[in-house]
Design a protein around this ligand. Sequence first.
Ligand code: KG4
Length: 341
Amino acid sequence: MGTDIIILGIESSCDDTSAAVLRNGVLLSNVTASQDVHKAYGGVVPELASRAHQQNIVPVVDQALKRAGVTKEDLSAIAVTLGPGLMGSLLVGVSFAKGLAISLGIPLIEANHLQGHILALFLREKDSTETPPPLPYLCLLVSGGNSQIVKVNAYNDMEVLGQTIDDAAGEAIDKCSKVMGLGYPGGPIIDKLARQGNPDAFRFSKPHIPGLDYSFSGLKTSFLYFLRDRLKEDPQFIEHHKADLAASLERTIVDILMKKLTMAVKQTGIKHVAVAGGVSANTGLRNAFHEKAEKSGWHIYIPKFSYTTDNAAMIAITGYYKFMDHDFCPIDKPAYSRVTI
Ligand code: KG4
C-alpha cells in the first residue's frame, strides 16, 4: 500500500456498533450493526447496549476491513469515539481500538462524537462530486442528545454559539412519539406520518429564551397536556389525528430550530450553513433548509442520509485530519461520557 494513509474508524457511543475504513480521505467501507433489542423498551437500555456492542464489535470491524479490501496490517492508525456517550458502550469500542492499536504498533486517534457528526460533511466517496463547506461555516447539530449551533473555524476549532438548556430536539420528538404510542425511535415514524398531515392543524408552545440557546422541554409538556385534554373528549383522538399531530409537532420543532439558526446567520454574517446529526434526516428540516437557500441566499450543506445517524465513517474522517496533523491520543486516555465540542 506504500504511503497510503489508511484509517480504521470505530464508533460505539450509543446503540450502533460501527466500523469504517478510509484510504487517503476516501471512504472504502462503512459497516454498522444497529440494535433492535431496545425497541421493546422505548429507549436505549445501557446495559443491553454494552452487551450487544461486545457481540458486534469483532464481526463489524472484520466486515469493514474485508469490504475495504485491506488487512489490519495495512492500517496507518485507528480512530475511535472516546466520548461523549454511554460509558458502557464507549468502553467496548475504546478497549477494542486500544488493544488493536497496541498489537499492531500503530497510533490511536481520539474522536469526539459531536465533532464527528459535524465533519461527516467532509467525507468523500470514490466518485463523489459534492464540495464541503468553506471555513468558517455554521452547523446546526441536532441529534438525540444534542441541539447546538456551532461555528466551525477549522476541523479542530469549533465554537458553540448556542445550545439546548434542557432536552435535545431528537429527544423531544422521541418522547412525544412515545406519548402517541408510536415506536422507537420516534423521529423516522413522525417524519413519515407528517408527510400526510396538516402542519397547521394544531399549535404547541414555543420557547421564549434569550440568545441562541434552545429549549424543548416546554414543547414536550405542552404536547402531553394537549393530548391528555383531547383524549378526555375523544379516547380515539390520537388514532383519528395521527398524521396532523405528527405534522404539527414537526413544524413546531423545525420552526424553533430555524428561528435561532436564522438569528445566528444574521449575527455572524456567515451564510454557509450545514446541518448534522440524526435529526438532519428529517424531511421537514431539510425542506426548511432548501427554502432558506432559495429565499435568503444561504449556501446549504446536508450530509448524505447514511451519514446523518451514528456511523464510523465520520469518526474515520476525523481521524484522517488528526493523522495529517500528527494529533495522536495517549493510549491511557480514558473514555468520557460528557464533554462539549
Ligand atoms: O445522531 P443520532 O443517530 O444519535 C445521537 O447521537 O443522538 O440521532 C438520533 C435521533 C433520534 O432522536 C431520532 O429519533 C432522530 O435522531 N431522527 C429523526 C429522523 N431520523 C432520526 N428525527 C426526525 N426525523 C427523522 N427522519
